[in-house]
Design a binder for this molecule. Structure first.
Ligand code: HPA
Length: 247
């Protein structure tokens, strides 16, 4: 049974170092996950991979069935989740291609189903979300990066925006005033749903571009893909070293 899962984001729809053992189409009380779950081995350790946007990268951030994805992982016996997310940078030192392990989130998304606790309840439930990411998993990612000479920024506040459009310059300025360092469209409600299911969850953010108004005059998909290629290569390198420490 795989106890570790990697959720891949834009730029990581497959893991080439994962030796595939089986795929499983899952059905959950909340519908179908983004793709069949991929079970395999990396560095001799069993793990599970799920591409958040679907196997062919066709599901936009606001249409992802986050509940089905997390439920399917929990049902499969997963305890720890590394969520890989492409992001735009607000902080100047988070240049394209860099890796960030954020420690906080501000949620700006709307009209996404964001809880398992809404029907058939015996008690109203409020999860603690003071620290939205697992401190233990963050430490493993940061320590592994340091030990292997892989550059990673070990803190930051992730702004989860609705998308699918990118932000305006004024929105990025507002996010900065709010204290956000990086911006992405898929961080929530995924992190909160993971907490509701008592999964240990961490985000490995890969900077694809400077946020609107901070870098190039316009942000193109070609630019995003270029830098994501570079950043994801670094993320894969880190994942290869992290997996044996977590399984
Ligand atoms: N904004 C929001 N989400 C993103 C960005 C961005 O600039 N880049 C990659 N995902």
């Amino acid at each position: 049974m795989a106890t570790l899962a990697i959720i891949g984001g834009t730029g990581l729809t497959s893991l080439k170092d994962l030796h595939l053992t089986r795929r499983e189409v899952m059905h959950t009380p909340y519908g179908e996950p983004s793709a069949p779950l991929v079970f395999g081995e990396m560095c001799g350790k069993e793990l599970l991979f799920l591409p958040r946007h679907g196997a062919g990268h066709t599901i936009p951030p606001h249409k992802i069935n986050y509940r089905a994805n997390l439920w399917a992982l929990k049902e499969s016996g997963v305890e720890k989740v590394i969520a890989v997310n492409a992001v735009g940078a607000i902080r100047a030192d988070m240049t394209p291609g860099k890796l960030v392990v954020p420690d906080q989130i501000i949620d700006y998304t709307w009209s996404r189903t964001n809880t398992f606790f809404e029907e058939g309840l015996n008690h109203v439930t409020h999860i603690d979300f003071t620290e939205p990411y697992s401190a233990a998993l963050r430490k493993v990612l940061i320590d592994t990066a340091t030990d292997n000479g892989i550059e990673v920024i070990g803190e930051g506040t992730y702004a989860a925006t609705q998308g699918p459009r990118l932000e305006t310059t004024a929105e990025i300025n507002k996010l900065e005033r709010d204290g956000c360092d990086l911006v992405g469209m898929t961080g929530m409600p995924e992190a909160a749903l993971a907490r509701e299911l008592e999964l240990d969850y961490v985000c490995l953010a890969v900077v694809a571009n400077m946020g609107a108004g901070r870098g190039e005059p316009t942000i193109t998909m070609a630019m995003i893909e270029h830098y994501l290629g570079e950043g994801m290569a670094r993320a894969r390198q880190l994942l290869e070293q992290v997996v044996p420490r977590l399984v």
